[in-house]
Design a protein around this ligand. Structure first.
Ligand code: FAD
Length: 464
């Protein structure tokens, strides 16, 4: 009897605990479906365009500040209904990271926090009537408009880049790069006789963090995932080049870390060429300044980004680098009620004496999102004295080169190697917003220590 009672108590306790855990992991939305007022009914309407690092943070912070008030409504409009967790996108190339874990659902997080969401592409701003228009002609009113539309690749007018190179400005781009490598392996395994070198040569242009990570992920894809499944192809026949115009890769990092990264790349047989400029890309080669040519049918462009070109149609002040001009409070110049943050904004940097603005990074966009949320609310409440000047606080940089090596600089501390790779993983795992993605990615990484990665090419998911 005693044993039965103990067993029942243990079972009951477990059920109660699981119920509590489920409630903690699935918080109730601020409003039940039937009680939420429409966005247009709120006295103060804050419209956020863009649901990435900047826009999502701004909206989340605002909903946190107004959780006990009923006078402010927040609506996020973005062209995708997910938030791309950029630092993990390169990992999709080798399948170390699952696409669905990087595409964080926007709706769930925003609706739970009490905001609204519409998936739509911004097409214009009617400044006089304070409304934005989206594709399909629909309009949304605003009292405050926060613009955070991100960036896009900059091809600097180099002939052939747009037509022939793949790039890395979306989850689908990472999938396209992986599919290109698989496609080449499938093609080559059907070929008889001489195989042109250009088929299995991949040239990554741009030696910043994205280029370095992509080159390394390509190496992992070939040697860890594909090599065992294509026994007829010698994986060392695949040549991976990394081309950088400056005299160093990862120029923003400390020289010790740069050297560690370069040694790692050389150990992976990635051919690093610094002080090298690409002058033209064709369907079968990369022409370098000075006349050298690399025979390659596979080129990946990571050498430049610029603010989203969509902002040029919004009648906003734009600076010489194509960013929206804002003051130190993140207010767009001469456009009352409009704010801009993230990669699309030109934000003065109080830490830089040479006039360079805040760099286009996720950490900067998150910090800007927090400041703009405070400043918008202070303006709504007429608390001018509480407006906060934006001050960028760089936290460092983490760059992963394969699953077992990273080079990290965190608050002035530099470290590299396997421990740095574990730090990279833990840092970004905790920063993923969706609990599902966190759990799935952690499980994938644990399984990955036991099982060899397996990849397939789902044709039709990209144009490869
Ligand atoms: C491959 C890659 C890796 C990176 N890795 C790092 C890293 O490790 N660390 C780091 O600090 N930074 C990293 N960055 C930079 C970082 O991702 C950006 O600086 C950051 O995302 C900027 O935030 P944002 O809000 O301006 O733009 P994003 O996060 O890109 O968000 C832009 C939003 O605007 C929406 N949008 C775009 N156009 C329209 C439109 N016309 N209408 C409606 N919505 C639109 C998009 O759907 C998206 O929701 C990386 C960037 C890339 C490309």
């Amino acid at each position: 009897m005693g044993r039965l009672l103990k067993g029942s108590l243990a079972l009951g306790g477990t059920v109660v605990l699981l119920g509590a855990l489920k409630r903690a992991l699935n918080p109730q939305p601020r409003y039940a479906a039937w009680e939420k007022p429409g966005y247009e009914e709120f006295e103060n309407k804050v419209l956020v365009v863009g649901g990435g690092f900047g826009g999502f943070t701004a909206a989340k912070e605002l909903t946190e500040f107004i959780k006990d008030r009923e006078d402010v409504g927040v609506l996020v409009v973005a062209k995708d209904n997910f938030f791309t967790f950029w630092p993990m996108v390169a990992g999709i190339v080798s399948s170390d990271i699952e696409t669905r874990n990087v595409a964080q659902p926007l709706r769930r997080a925003l609706i739970t926090a009490g905001a609204s969401f519409r998936r739509a592409k911004l097409t214009g701003v009617d400044h006089e009537n304070k409304r934005v228009t989206v594709d399909g002609g629909l309009e949304f009113p605003y009292d405050h408009l926060i613009i955070s539309l991100g960036g896009q690749p900059n091809f600097f007018g180099i002939p052939g880049v747009e037509e022939h190179a793949l790039h890395m400005r979306g989850i689908e781009d990472a999938e396209r790069i992986r599919n290109r490598m698989i496609e080449r392996f499938e093609e080559v395994s059907l070929m008889r006789g001489e195989i042109p070198e250009s088929k299995l040569t991949f040239v990554v242009i741009g030696g910043g963090a994205t280029g370095v990570e992509v080159a390394s992920e390509l190496h992992t894809l070939v040697h860890e995932a594909l090599a065992p499944d294509y026994p007829n192809i010698d994986p060392h026949r695949v040549r991976i080049f990394l081309i950088e115009g400056l005299d160093n890769i990862l120029p923003e990092l400390d020289p010790v870390l740069r050297r560690a990264a370069r040694t790692r790349l050389v150990n992976q047989r990635i051919e690093v060429k610094t002080n090298t400029l690409a002058e033209e890309i064709t369907s079968s080669c990369v022409r370098l300044k000075g006349g050298e040519e690399i025979a390659a049918e596979n080129v990946i462009w990571t050498a430049g980004n610029r603010p989203n070109a969509a902002i040029s149609d919004l009648d906003l002040p734009i600076d010489e680098r194509n960013g929206i001009k804002v003051d130190s409070y993140l207010r767009v110049q001469d456009r009352p009620g409009i704010w801009a943050i993230g990669d699309c904004a030109a934000i003065p940097n109080s830490n830089e004496e040479n006039g360079r603005g805040v760099p286009p990074t996720a950490q900067a966009a998150v910090q800007e999102g927090k400041t703009v949320a405070k400043n918008v609310l202070a303006t709504i409440d007429g608390r001018e004295e509480d407006l906060e000047e934006f001050e960028y606080r760089p936290m460092g940089q983490l760059v992963e080169l394969g699953s077992d090596f990273a080079v990290n600089e965190v608050m002035g501390v530099r470290f590299s190697g396997r421990l740095a790779a574990i730090f990279w993983r833990l840092t970004y795992l905790t920063r993923l917003n969706s609990p599902q993605s966190k759990a799935q990615q952690a499980a994938d990484w644990i399984l990955g220590t036991l099982l060899r990665p397996a990849v397939t090419q789902v044709r039709g998911s990209s144009d490869e």
